[in-house]
Ligand binder design. Structure first.
Ligand SMILES: *Cc1c(COP(=O)(O)O)cnc(C)c1O
Length: 395
């Protein structure tokens, strides 16, 4: 039986390889940080992690995780509602709600699950989900699992959103769904205007803050801080896998009754294991740190501003960004790959993206800044960009 599908799979894999879309994985042999070591022993500067606040290997989190490991053991061996809830889980949920100014929080194994389990318990055939065209794959999958009528508006296009809202007026409930920061450009969704339209057309608002929480806003409280609309977003989803420590874990935080319903009906919550206590304890430590100081955010913002300014001064084009993502335009797909390869030879680890991940003719190198980068790291990267840019005639 296997022979037939094996032949088919080999053929598909070959065609992925031939189209240049085969994803290879670089092996890292050190902790995740600004400087990492690859399997060949090469030490490189990492500019493609979601380690925005530099917390992936932070001693305070390692210590919190160690202590919880000793006190609470390794795993929970249960879903939350049977015997998988510790006092730590409740504490982290309360802290996340405090951070975002929401009513309550529910934890998931990942934000992929938070989004996957969000829509089906809340919306049915008589409702409408109005989703940004560039929303994350997990939102798209979550929406697919639900019977609500689907509308899609062009990325951050408020007049398109308005026309979709008008079309959806006959539905019972409406919800506008958007990423906070779009990961390929680094642009922020205009959530203030989305909230205005939501009021005008009687809709709820959901924002996925995976790339924006911890990053956007003066003290990193996300889009609601940036737009001064704290308390207005009905549902926020997010991850502990990016700015907030980078281990694993996701959450939905928002209106109290919505979270209560998710605890009753959300399938990835009901039918999947509870987060390990060490991850939860480190999560608690992170939000304590966020309350104590915003120095990591300040460092990140400074680094991002400096890098952006210097890369523009060097003559590169970048996409409009308000986050810690800087998309440096190469336009040509092959050039983006050659560029990334040459940067790696110079000790700078970045990724090049091209069609179909980004629109045709818009190939780019995506740089992600971190509070863990020093000025020396940034200057080394900039120097390498300039050298390779000249060599490949990109500037
Ligand atoms: C990374 C990301 C996710 C997935 O988060 P995980 O916790 O890694 O599953 C979901 N949504 C958006 C917008 C993301 O960027």
């Amino acid at each position: 039986m296997y022979e037939r599908i094996k032949e088919h799979l080999l053929q598909e894999l070959r065609s992925i390889e031939e189209s240049g879309l085969f994803k290879k994985e670089n092996l890292i042999t050190s902790p995740q940080d600004a400087e990492i070591i690859l399997s060949g022993g090469q030490k490189v500067l990492n500019f493609c992690a979601n380690n925005y606040l530099g917390l992936s290997s932070h001693p305070a989190l390692i210590d919190a995780a160690h202590q919880a490991l000793d006190k609470y053991g390794y795993g929970m061996s249960s879903v939350r509602f049977i015997c998988g809830t510790t006092n730590l889980h409740k504490e982290l949920e309360e802290q996340i709600a405090g951070f975002f100014g929401t009513g309550d929080t529910i934890l998931y194994a990942a934000c992929f699950d938070a989004n996957g389990g969000l829509f089906e318990p809340l919306f049915g055939e008589e409702d409408a989900i109005i989703s940004d065209s560039l929303n994350h794959a997990s939102i798209i999958d979550g929406v697919r699992l639900c019977k609500a009528h689907r509308y899609r508006y062009a990325n951050t296009d408020m007049s398109d959103l308005e026309s979709k809202l008008a079309e959806a007026q006959n539905q019972r409930f409406r919800i506008i769904v958007t990423d906070g920061v779009f990961s390929m450009d680094g642009n922020v969704a205009p959530v203030d205007r989305i909230c205005d339209l939501a009021k005008k057309y009687d809709a709820l608002v959901m924002v996925d803050e995976s790339h924006s929480a911890g990053v956007v806003g003066r003290t990193g409280h996300g889009v609601s801080e940036l737009f001064n609309i704290r308390g207005q977003i009905d549902i926020i989803t997010g991850t502990l896998g990016k700015a907030f420590g980078g281990a694993i874990g996701g959450f939905t935080t928002g209106r109290k009754e919505i979270i209560e319903m998710l605890r009753q009906r959300s399938r990835p919550y009901l039918f999947s294991n509870s987060l390990p206590p060490m991850v939860v304890a480190a999560g608690i430590r992170i939000f304590e740190m966020m309350n104590e100081t915003s120095e990591l955010q300040e460092k990140l913002h400074k680094n991002t501003e400096y890098f952006k300014k210097q890369i523009l001064a060097a003559g590169f084009d970048i996409k409009h960004t308000e986050s810690a993502i800087v998309a440096i335009m190469m336009y040509d797909a092959k050039r983006s790959q050659d560029f990334a390869e040459k940067l790696l030879e110079k000790g700078i680890y970045v990724k090049g993206f091209y069609y179909p991940v980004v629109p045709k003719g818009e190939a780019r190198i995506r740089v992600q800044l971190s509070a863990a980068h020093t000025k020396t790291h940034l200057n080394q990267a900039l120097q390498a960009f300039i050298e390779v840019g000249k060599e490949l005639q990109a500037i």
